[in-house]
Ligand binder design. Structure first.
Ligand SMILES: [Zn+2]
Length: 341
């Protein structure tokens, strides 16, 4: 396959400082599946999450094998599903987002849903197993769950809003809004654990894993915001080594360390967990997932019209270039694709 330069594609498909390795737009899905096995600027972003999801599943199976409590096994699966949803939603977004505007918006909204759904699941698991009662006395369970739900829904809504409202070059407020939701949800659930780490790092075997989890989260956010190293050498790290690859690596590590930490916490509290806890947490997760799908549906309805209007002229040009016919790729297109490939 041969690839396009950043000036040849819509700017919505272009990340800052990435200049080459863009796949063709408006191709059949098979073209994007095949692109998994060639090196372009999204290849490593997809594979880091696919491999990450595979490792999380292996880790989950290992923890299940070492556990006899059916409730703990259910929570291991509960946490593992949250992590895999996040990683796989992100992988599919990177694989197909540059196909057309509709796919771009739809798939990145699903990516945001994965991130926020995992944020919610993590909040539940942290509260259920990693709490220290004296710290959580500030919140009773209902208050904690209600606030966590509201923050998760806010986080997804603001991410969707940023995607359809702002256009490149993004103002600084875009970055603040984009990061604020995820940051608030994470800080809300992790601060009692950070207090435990500060107070007595060696008191529980899980705390060193929680510490690694927090460091990975901070590292992922830092790399994401700073765009290091491509900021200093635009175009050099397009295919290998751009900040988004490192960002994905840290996000995987965060999920991996969190699973190790909460697994140890689960073993300590396994006799206190009852069926009604599990039922409540599953119901909460289903309700949040439904509401998040609803937010995505509304955002798509609002966002696509705005996006299509903004890129109307660019799209006309693309349609002429690729000689599209009623949304189908014509035989002429296949000829032109073959030539380019
Ligand atoms: Zn990503």
């Amino acid at each position: 396959m041969s690839y396009l330069q950043h000036s040849d594609v819509l700017d919505i498909y272009v990340e800052p400082y990435i200049q080459s390795g863009f796949r063709l737009p408006n191709q059949p899905y098979s073209y994007y599946y095949r692109s998994l096995f060639s090196l372009h600027n999204e290849t490593l972003s997809v594979w880091t999450h696919l491999v990450g999801a595979f490792i999380i599943i292996l880790q989950m199976l290992n923890h299940i094998q070492l556990t006899s409590s059916p409730y703990i096994i259910s929570y291991i699966i509960y946490n593992g599903i949250g992590a895999c949803v996040m990683l796989l939603c992100s992988a599919q977004a990177h694989l197909f987002h540059s196909r057309n505007l509709q796919d771009h918006l739809r798939l990145f909204y699903l990516d945001y849903l994965g991130i926020n759904f995992y944020g919610f699941i993590s909040g539940i698991v942290h509260y259920r197993f990693s709490r220290v009662d004296s710290v959580y006395e500030l919140f009773n369970e209902s208050t904690y769950y209600s606030l966590l739900s509201c923050l998760s829904l806010y986080s997804l809504s603001i991410a969707c809003f940023c995607k359809f409202y702002y256009r490149r070059p993004y103002p600084f407020v875009h970055k603040i809004l984009q990061c604020s939701g995820v940051l608030i949800v994470y800080v809300y659930q992790i601060w009692p654990i950070i207090l435990q780490i500060i107070a007595c790092y060696n008191c529980k075997s899980s705390l060193k894993w929680h510490f690694a989890e927090v460091l990975s989260f901070i590292a992922s956010g830092t790399v994401f915001v700073l765009k290091f190293p491509e900021r200093f050498h635009p175009g050099t790290f397009d295919l290998i080594g751009q900040s988004h690859h490192t960002f994905h690596g840290f996000i995987f590590l965060m999920g991996f360390f969190q699973s190790e930490a909460t697994y140890r916490d689960m073993l300590q509290l396994k006799d206190q967990i009852k069926l009604q806890h599990l039922q409540k947490d599953i119901i909460y997760a289903c309700v949040i997932l439904t509401l998040e799908l609803l937010i995505i549906y509304v955002s798509l309805r609002l966002g696509f019209i705005r996006l299509e209007k903004h890129y109307e002229k660019h799209l006309e040009k693309l349609h002429q270039n690729f000689n599209r016919n009623d949304g189908n790729i014509t035989s002429d297109d296949y000829e032109s694709i073959k030539k380019i490939e």
